[in-house]
Design a binder for this molecule. Sequence first.
Ligand code: SGN
Ligand code: CA
Length: 530
Amino acid sequence: MKNLYLISLLLLITTTAFSQEKDQRPNIIYIMSDDHALQAISAYGHEISKVAPTPNIDRIAKEGIQFNQSFVTNSLCGPSRATMLTGKYSHKNGFRHNSDTFDASQNTWVKELNNVGYATAIIGKWHLKSTPEGFDHWNILNDQGEYYNPDFISGGDTTMVEGYTTDLITDYSLGWLEEQKDKNEPFALLIHHKAPHRNWMPPLRYANEFDNVEFPVPDTYFDDYEGRVAASTQEMNVYRDMQEGHDLKMSVEEGSDEWRKDIWPHLFARLTPEQKEGWHKAYRAKNDKMHQANYSEKDLALWKYQRYLQDYCGTVKAVDENIGRVLDYLDENGLAENTIIVYTSDQGFYLGEHGWFDKRFMYEESFKTPLVMRYPKEIKAGKEAEAFVQNIDYGPTFLDFAGVEVPEDMQGTSLREITKKGKTPKDWRESVYYHYYEYPGFHKVKRQYGVRTQDYKLIHFYFDNDDYEFYDLKKDPQEMNNVINDPAYAKQISELKVELARLMKEADEPDFEEWKDTNYRKEARLKKRK
Ligand code: SGN
Ligand code: CA
């Protein structure tokens, strides 16, 4: 009897010791896709998403919090990723445009977590050129990555893996999570999808998914860009600048499987013979139908919009489905409660608004980015937040949740307080700063910086031009009327100019004047020659 008593006492002591030891810090799963417009996430309620819903992303929002005013600091892939990792604006982390190389020796929230015992990993698109640092494990795509049979780089090895990239990224992610199962320390896993980036190749299982769907055409699809110089000189128009082969998968003629213009044929060439056959089977009939219709110029432009959305949403459906796999894994392994799961994109995207695809502009569709977050242990289900948040805030948020002090030089603010009730704290920012630098460059979108408040937006386009634009967002949410010269707005414009100067000062952009005339493309060429 005495022995039994002693044994149970011992058991009690050891289990208590264990449960005290069990690390209670939250796990973090950060899922970021590439170019996922919030118009294509049904939680955000846009017309487009009604015909192509995303039930799994919606689940994160419904069981957690949805940010309705979430912005990037620079609407482009590399810069956005560098900002997300460092919690700093582009001019501070040194990655302004996609030709830059990320200095991976600088501090990131991932390093901070790794330093305090978190297991860390990144799987998928990296696109920062340098080798990832601060991750116990990394398995990344080569540069932009490919949709089918991608190259994965891990350590010094590059391996071409057969399969559909969105599925593979998830397979690897779940594999890594499985390895963490018996470990005591918490983890931070970054799952970075390539989809739905250009050239929008859906998996074969969804290549015909939206063939019979009529996507609602944006009111501004045939925008004439009146009063907006930068908008009129870009090269990202669906019906003018998309490549008919590479982007729209249009065949050269009826009965043919050969694509029209495709300056990157290596992407399709990677498919196995079976995949190619499956692809042709999926596209041949619908391409033939287009040839037979003999469309007018306008109708062809409208047809291109439908094809663009069908393919885009086909890649999104695979992302959403794979997010479902991650959510199921968390449920099945008892991890849901103590894991912060985030879904976002590296920026927003145009789904035909102003006639466009791509991003870069400070206009709403690309300036905004989706952001939903679930953490049952602390965040009550069904919250929506209207506070202005930016991707500089992600790092501070994760560190805050993990109980790590936020380094002073991180420029963002933790969103933890907001996630509690969804309410905007009293002293919260009322304006956001934006700066895009990649010009001259792809899609010819002029360099620009600006400020947005609840009601107004001021943008300054510069480099080989000098144009200000001002929008009354309440009256003109589609940003069609640049009222910079309207005397009725003189007061608001001058107030916003003052606010912009304040934000630039606060963001510590002292080298701006020095930097603004440099032509990074020329410099990169010169560097190469040396
Ligand atoms: C590629 C795309 C562009 C896109 C950039 C940047 N062309 O060059 O359309 O703007 O990436 O995108 S593609 O046909 O090769 O895909 S980013 O998301 O990486 O910044
Ligand atoms: Ca992107």
